[in-house]
Design a protein. Structure first.
Length: 443
């Protein structure tokens, strides 16, 4: 990057072009992210060869793409749009302001414009919204040699040629064949005899997360997408699914941290937007914490009689919250990977019960002796030990059960992560602790 900036500042454009020819497209795109001068961004992009420019453009973030588009002439925009894959073009247009979109579509061929408009009509996060329409399909009556001739003609415009789909005259899928199958077959073999008729596919309205699970299960490079008339209308490729997985993981992380999901990078999101994304849950947690305080005030007589009881409240609440969060994290992961289904609720509850018995046994024994040694009060130590057992069992049960309940209610299980579970567990821990203390210590 230091060398590139030096060359740009000194207008060594031929040297830059020579170096760019030896770089990977993704590495070239990464360079743009580190250039702060808009004029240098435009210069660097115009130094790219025509064959490389569109591919690099598809890797850039929306802000950089807008800077470049605003600096290009209509003919240059037309060239980029002609070389972009339709799914990349659609994603790009989604991020652009209306005036930029209008100019881009004006410089796009009618055929591509119709395809883009069609892709934009599919619901967000659906298979239709991430698929590409540039794929190769062949007829089952062709010989291998004839199939290769057709593939060669269409290969340049197709996003992938590793997987070829076999369709009939109405574009309904009849089978699938890989390039490996074609290479290993004889030239005179008929596609019908070497294709796999058992095709796994998805529909345009299928959620993209479900599509990603099919890729994970079957190790696909490309998945066919059909419309409501069972016609092949596009494919989803593995590079698109990698983006989906990244977005889904990010969304779940944000929900588990009690933050409303956002598609924008952290540093490019305003402080006001960050605050809006967080304030609702912070208000909820603040109000819920006041409920915990009200519960403690109800048992004020107990800790007035034995002040030492207060010192163990943070430990019990923290332990309960941590146990619940651990269970929730594992169950949410299991639900996301289809390792756990709604029918497994009682299996999960029983497993978490066994785990809680083992965990609480160790914690209660250790803390029993610690409290006894510190306060020389075996009865107080017994209260803490019993309270730990109860709190851990309830926490594990809540942590394991709430995500499944959320799934049952058609909600994202991730929202039942740390913040909500900790709030519930805190209230239950306080009530359980003081009830046990009142009963055993006769307060």
């Amino acid at each position: 990057m230091e060398n590139l900036e030096f060359l740009l500042e000194n207008k060594k454009f031929q040297e830059i072009k020579a170096q760019l020819e030896n770089l990977n497209i993704a590495d070239i795109a990464a360079m743009f992210e580190n250039i702060k001068n808009n004029q240098q961004i435009i210069i660097l992009f115009k130094l790219l060869s025509k064959d490389v420019a569109a591919d690099v453009f598809s890797f850039l973030n929306a802000d950089t793409q807008e800077i470049i588009i605003n600096a290009l002439k209509d003919k240059e925009i037309e060239s980029i749009m002609a070389d972009l894959y339709m799914d990349d073009a659609t994603d790009f247009l989604k991020e652009m302001p209306a005036n930029v979109v209008k100019r881009i579509l004006k410089n796009t061929t009618k055929e591509n414009r119709d395809i883009i408009n069609k892709l934009l009509t599919y619901p967000e996060n659906s298979a239709g919204s991430i698929m590409t329409t540039e794929f190769i399909d062949i007829k089952q009556e062709l010989t291998v040699e004839e199939a290769f001739n057709k593939i060669k003609k269409k290969a340049e415009d197709a996003e992938t040629i590793g997987t070829i789909f076999v369709t009939d005259s109405r574009r309904k899928i009849e089978g699938v064949v890989s390039i490996k199958d074609l290479i290993l077959a004889n030239k005179t073999d008929v596609i019908k005899d070497i294709m796999n008729p058992n095709v796994v596919y998805s529909t345009t309205l299928t959620d993209q997360e479900e599509v990603s699970k099919l890729f994970d299960k079957y190790d696909f490079y490309a998945l066919p997408i059909i419309d409501n008339e069972q016609r092949l209308v596009g494919i989803v490729t593995v590079d698109d699914i990698m983006d989906v997985v990244k977005d889904e993981v990010t969304e779940d992380m944000e929900k588990m941290a009690a933050i409303s999901p956002s598609d924008n990078p952290y540093l490019k999101t305003s402080s006001l937007t960050h605050a809006k994304k967080r304030i609702f849950w912070l208000l909820f947690l603040t109000i819920s914490a006041s409920i915990t305080g009200a519960i403690m005030s109800f048992f004020e007589d107990a800790f007035v009689a034995i002040p030492a009881l207060v010192t163990f409240i943070p430990m019990l609440m923290g332990t309960g919250g941590n146990c619940g969060s651990q269970s929730a994290t594992l169950v949410i992961r299991g639900l996301a990977l289809n390792e756990i289904t709604l029918k497994d609720y009682f299996k999960v509850a029983f497993k978490e019960f066994k785990v809680s018995l083992l965990v609480s046994s160790v914690l209660s024994v250790v803390n029993f002796f610690l409290v006894w040694i510190r306060y020389d009060d075996p009865l107080l130590a017994f209260v803490i030990a019993i309270s730990l057992v109860i709190v851990v069992i309830i926490s594990e049960f809540i942590g394991g059960g709430l995500p499944i309940l959320a799934k049952k209610c058609k909600l994202d299980p991730a929202i039942m992560a740390a913040p909500i579970i900790s709030t519930l567990v805190d209230c239950i821990a306080i009530v359980s602790y003081f009830l046990i203390a009142s009963a055993i210590l006769q307060l």
